[in-house]
Design a protein around this ligand. Structure first.
Ligand SMILES: Nc1nc2c(c(=O)[nH]1)N[C@H]1C(S)=C(S)[C@@H](COP(=O)(O)O)O[C@H]1N2
Ligand SMILES: [Mo]
Length: 417
């Protein structure tokens, strides 16, 4: 068994499979994971704030940027993780499989980390395509897994710290040894532990000399070639999808699910009026917006809303799924409506949509958004009446909020006590 494992491990040896490469890719992955985690926390708390939380309404594009980073960094994880697994997977066959309880913990944390990360980025990617081929709630699972991923990443980094230090830079001791710049062979005892703890062929030169006297074969994958492959694939998937979030890359948006400028009012639609089952109620002549604060209530028809002072703002729709687009909105300032029912600037708001059912039929808005001068009950977009798919007769649009909270087909606004 042992011999089979060690034979497999050696057979898989290749120049990119060395600890320096694992550290180089590992660093990039760690950056991508931390970006995803940080921006993910922000996105989560915007949608499920703790009562004491207040958020910034400036710049209006803040969420567009954080969520664009979230999705783009998540997509970059695919080639990076595959590259990393390529460099380290011969480690699967290390002998003996378990050396000590600590070693077992190390291997278990890596298994957990790899498994959780792969599930995490895969369900995240499918979510951006609005494809939910599973029964569980995406948000809950993505949220819970993020702690598993970050927790096991922390353990992984802690355990590997000595190795990370040895191979941190080009001129670290380990990296120089790899290039054969230190006299490894003259100090076999000192070098031995490295070979043991490092991925296969921890020290180049030994990799191909495992059969005594055999000439060194030409490696099928060179280190440089491998780095280039990982680099180019990462840059390519990022460049071909980031256009959904970042306007400058929009012309190269080939794989991402949303394309800027398409759809009614030249704006993509996320949930159609048909899907929300509002095709009849949204165009009903009986529609009116109710605004209430305790017992004080005001009801305004669309014509009455249009007769109030109109404000124009440039604000983006920034979907949690990563696509975003700037649009020109026209309508009534929310705070003017709130003033009509005597709300004060410490009070938040409950918004109800005409939508029959759905996770975003009822949403909450903190006072920092409700009283911001650019938050509108929008009646027009991009110079035209709101299309029914964009929330006709009226929708909410506020700066810096995730798309899910830009409620379409408004019905009721209730000031919270
Ligand atoms: N009532 C209601 N409003 C909603 C949604 C919804 O499902 N129901 N979806 C939201 C989501 S996820 C986004 S990204 C934006 C998209 O706005 P658009 O379809 O007008 O581009 O609307 C938001 N408003
Ligand atoms: Mo969205």
């Amino acid at each position: 068994m042992r011999r089979l494992l060690s034979y497999t491990q050696q057979a898989l040896a290749a120049p990119p499979r060395n600890p320096r490469m694992a550290v180089v890719i590992g660093r990039l992955l760690a950056i991508a994971f931390l970006l995803c985690f940080g921006t993910g926390l922000y996105s989560h708390f915007l949608q499920e704030p703790e009562p004491w939380m207040r958020f910034s309404t400036v710049p209006a594009q803040l969420y567009q940027v954080t969520q664009g980073i979230h999705i783009t960094a998540g997509i970059a994880c695919f080639p990076l993780i595959l590259g990393k697994l390529y460099t380290i997977y011969p480690q699967l066959f290390q002998t003996p499989p378990v050396k000590s309880p600590l070693h077992l913990l190390e291997r278990a944390s890596i298994a957990l980390f790899v498994g959780a990360s792969l599930v995490q980025i895969t369900i995240g990617l499918l979510n951006t395509y609005q494809w939910y081929p599973w029964k569980f709630g995406f948000r809950e699972v993505h949220w819970a897994l993020s702690f598993v991923v970050i927790g096991s990443l922390a353990i992984h980094i802690a355990v590997k710290l000595p190795m990370i230090a040895r191979f941190w830079s080009r001129n670290s001791e380990g990296s120089r040894e790899l290039r054969g710049e230190t006299a490894v062979d003259e100090t076999p005892d000192a070098a031995a532990p490295v070979a043991e703890s490092a991925p296969v062929g921890g020290v180049t030169g030994r990799i191909f000399r495992w059969i005594d006297g055999a000439p060194e074969p030409e490696p099928a994958v060179s280190r440089r070639g491998f780095m280039t492959a990982v680099g180019v694939s990462t840059a390519t998937v990022v460049a071909l999808t980031a256009g959904q979030s970042f306007a400058a890359l929009s012309p190269f948006n080939i794989f991402a699910p949303r394309v800027k400028g398409t759809g009614p009012n030249a704006l993509p639609v996320n949930r159609t009026a048909k899907a929300a089952q509002v095709l009849d109620t949204a165009v009903s002549p009986d529609w009116a917006l109710t605004i209430s604060n305790g017992r004080r209530t005001v009801t305004l028809t669309r014509a009455e809303l249009l007769a109030l002072p109109q404000t124009t703002v440039e604000l983006p729709i920034s979907c949690v799924e990563g696509w975003s687009q700037m649009a020109t909105w026209k309508g009534v300032r929310l705070r003017e409506l709130l003033n009509k029912v005597g709300a004060d600037t410490s009070q938040g708001l409950k918004l109800t949509s005409l939508e029959k059912k759905g996770g975003y039929r009822v949403t909450q808005m903190g006072p920092e958004y409700a009283f911001d001068s650019s938050t509108l009950v929008a009646l027009e977009v991009n110079g035209d009446t709101l299309d029914i798919d964009h929330g006709y007769p009226a929708r909410m649009i506020a700066p810096g909020r995730p798309g899910v909270l830009q409620t379409k087909w408004l019905s009721k606004l209730e000031v919270e006590a």
